[in-house]
Design a protein around this ligand. Structure first.
Ligand code: FAD
Length: 350
């Protein structure tokens, strides 16, 4: 339970971004706590689907201070391996994580911030919000969606392909989740893949490691106004072995988006109609920011304007993870440390 004392920092969220903040806070000598609503360590990684593999090798994945150990027989580690790593990481650095603690809201309290939770209220000079996106799945509002009679899981609901055995399945979305789910569902079901724009498959030799390096160079070039979008982007599809196999089987053929869903299928603008038993929405996520609503910092689209990680209208608040808007690649394992270091540096300087 909260002690009533005032802390320097409360970190909301104990996934990789929260732990990266913890590493630097520990080194800065700050008094802090990390509050996480999960029952156990690992953040969103403990909820990913069964076959998920990282798109970069372990030796290119790290939080500050400690490279992820290799996983025997798995060049691209499983989600369980990442959970084991994050579990060991917080122990290794003695990070003060409290679980399960659900932060309901963060609100002003004199010159402090009050962090109101289901386990009491903490007071802090600064709050770092690192609540990720997994708990805010996004499904675009297509006409007829409510009328569709079959199941409509989102990426967050998907567990394994056998659940779609023998069905006609529509997979929606042009990113890595869609490609990986399509790759395995297509072995159990008849699949159709639709994307808003043609999907970009990276060359075979570009895995997450090379992708990160290319995207880092491009982000730096874009900042200097040099060019727009080049040969690779962090959202492009990495050809993991199952994705490559699906490509070779000819199932990675994307079609344009449908116009509307009907009770038993989908209709395209050219009057084509196809029947489906299920639609899998691999259509992304939004930042989980509801706990910040008393601060009034988010715009209508649910985004917070930041200078780096610091909230422009509430400088006692920092945001980590979520996406490139809080720091380049800050929602990846390899990128989380850099933005966490910058955030803690700013906090310490105040
Ligand atoms: P999370 O892991 O979601 O952690 C946030 C934590 O905050 C959670 O424990 C959550 O329960 C908690 N929380 C939320 N709200 C509250 C609250 N109100 N109070 C208290 N706690 C709260 N990245 C890579 O680098 N390599 C990959 O191969 C890779 N693969 C990915 C595959 C998929 C399918 C997805 C979705 C992402 C992948 N990522 C990958 C991106 C990224 O690494 C993960 O999304 C990662 O989980 C983000 O970490 P995070 O700490 O920002 O958020």
């Amino acid at each position: 339970m909260p002690t009533g004392e005032t802390l320097d920092v409360v970190v909301v969220g104990g996934g990789q971004a929260g732990l990266a903040a913890g590493y630097y806070l520990r080194r800065s000598g700050a008094d802090f706590v990390i509050l996480d609503r999960e029952e156990s360590p690992g953040g969103a990684w403990q909820h990913f689907w069964e076959s998920l593999r990282m798109f970069s090798p372990a030796e290119h994945s790290m939080l500050p201070g400690w490279w992820m150990p290799a996983q025997e027989g798995e060049p691209f580690p499983t989600a369980d391996h990442v959970v084991d790593y994050l579990t060991a990481y917080e122990r290794r650095y003695g990070l003060p994580v409290r679980r399960p603690v659900h932060v309901r809201e963060v609100r002003p309290h004199g010159n402090l911030l009050a962090v109101v939770t289901d386990a009491g209220t903490w007071h802090a000079r600064h709050v770092v919000s690192a609540t990720g996106t997994w708990r805010a799945p996004h499904v675009p509002p297509y006409p007829g969606r409510d009328s569709f009679a079959g199941q409509q899981p989102h990426t967050v609901d998907y567990r394994k392909p056998a659940e779609f055995s023998g069905q006609r399945v529509l997979v929606v979305g042009g990113g890595n989740s869609a490609a990986q789910i399509l790759a395995e569902v297509s072995q159990w079901a008849e699949t159709t893949w639709v994307t808003r724009r043609p999907p970009r498959l990276l060359p075979e030799d570009v895995d997450g490691r090379a992708l990160f390096d290319i995207a880092t160079r491009q982000a730096a070039a874009r900042r200097e106004g040099l060019h727009d979008r080049g040969t690779a982007d962090l959202g492009d599809i990495v050809q993991t072995p199952p994705v490559r196999a699906a490509r070779d089987r000819g199932v990675l053929r994307a079609e344009p988006m449908f116009d509307r869903l009907t009770p038993h299928g989908a209709e395209w603008p050219d009057d084509r109609f196809r029947e489906f038993d299920a639609v899998i929405w691999c259509t992304g996520f939004r930042p989980v920011l509801d706990h910040l609503s008393p601060l009034g910092v988010a715009d209508e689209a649910g985004r917070v304007t930041t200078d780096g990680t610091r909230c422009r209208t509430e400088p006692r608040l920092h945001l980590l993870g979520y996406g490139n808007w809080t720091g380049f690649a800050s929602a990846t394992l390899i990128g989380a440390g850099r933005t966490a270091k910058a955030a803690v540096g700013q906090i310490a300087s105040r």
